[in-house]
Design a protein around this ligand. Structure first.
Ligand code: PBG
Length: 329
């Protein structure tokens, strides 16, 4: 059917018909809020992430209250470890009295209905800032790291985490964690696998926030995180993680990787999440601060784009703002 029988602008003419033909939606149900938790009392700003703060457990409860009121389904916790608590063996990661574990217990005691997701990876706890244990050459060794990750995930589950989210990219860790959770009576603890996590430069502000940037120095994570050039490899990673027992899979970073989100969703049809990472947030904030972009409009557009690409939900530092904006709509 050719013009003028077909006029694409007819349906765009009025708000009512635009609303009727809208294919995707963004709601508060689609948002997960990442929170940095630290040991000192109070809050401390993260300079490269305006509007984001590291919070004490007391303040975390306030954040959780706000998230609950806004009906954001879940928080994702990222602990900031004091330099003296970091070590080569990352033992602080599975300390049942560790910051992360205490934070989970405090949250689940006060806000049982709010989902709590914990990060399973050793980088906050290693003195070298890598996500795993290293050998004499500094190479991150796979199987010993998986054993440590299992200890960490079990410790999170004991504290009451609803979802453990391995973000380390070791081979075989999903299966090992699943088996251990089942064996220890945590059949209901979900696994959100960072299945396709790329070795990205967009994580910079996050590493500042958790203090792993200085530990990592000039080193990178390319021997375990994926090459940004690859897409078929992401499907293999997702297939493995699902096979090993992942309940949800994640693609990370977000906006530059929406093609991966779409392929994963089309191919597997499983709960698929995307992480709009710290660098993406920082870019938008910087442009908005200069008056170059409209923060609210751009943030909501970007989040809707994740949904259009097939994401069931998005981890975003804009989650609370977006929930408020959506409520105002
Ligand atoms: C590390 C981890 C990283 C992020 C989440 N978990 C950084 C990294 O892999 O170096 C990045 C999140 C962000 O940039 O917002 N396990």
């Amino acid at each position: 059917m050719a013009y003028p029988d077909t006029r694409m602008r007819r349906m765009r003419r009025d708000d009512f018909s635009r609303r009727l033909m809208r294919e995707t939606s963004l709601t508060t149900d689609d948002l997960i809020y990442p929170v940095f938790v630290h040991e000192p009392s109070g809050r401390a700003p993260v300079p490269s992430m305006p509007g984001v703060e590291r919070v004490s457990i007391d303040e975390l409860l306030r954040v959780a209250e706000t998230a609950s009121e806004l009906r954001v389904p879940a928080l994702a916790l990222f602990p900031v470890t004091a330099p003296e608590a970091k070590s080569l063996d990352a033992a602080a990661a599975w300390d049942d009295e560790g910051l992360c574990q205490r934070a989970v217990r405090a949250l689940k005691a006060r806000f049982p209905q709010l989902g709590v997701i914990t990060d399973v990876a050793l980088d906050p706890y290693t003195s070298h800032g890598q996500d795993g244990l290293v050998d004499a050459d500094g190479y991150v060794v796979n199987d010993d790291t998986v054993e440590a990750l299992v200890r960490q995930a079990l410790s999170h589950a004991r504290a009451g985490a609803d979802v453990v989210a391995p973000s380390d990219m070791m081979d075989g860790r999903i299966g090992a964690i699943r088996v251990a959770l089942e064996a220890e009576g945590f059949a209901h603890t979900r696994i959100l696998a960072y299945a396709a996590k790329y070795a990205s430069a967009f994580y910079g502000p996050f590493r500042d926030a958790v203090g792993s940037a200085s530990a990592l120095g000039k080193a990178d994570k390319k021997t375990y995180q994926m090459d940004p050039a690859n897409s078929d490899e992401a499907l293999r990673e997702v297939a493995l993680d699902l096979d090993e027992g992942a309940d949800m899979v994640m693609v990370k970073p977000g906006l530059p990787y929406l093609d991966i989100v779409r392929r994963v969703k089309d191919h597997f049809g499983v709960p698929t999440f995307a992480y709009q990472v710290s660098g993406e947030y920082a870019m938008l904030k910087a442009a908005a601060a200069n008056g170059w972009l409209d923060e609210r409009a751009c943030a909501l557009e970007a989040l809707l784009a994740f949904r259009r690409a097939g994401a069931d939900g998005v981890l975003t530092y804009h989650a609370l703002d977006a929930a408020r904006w959506l409520r105002g709509n």
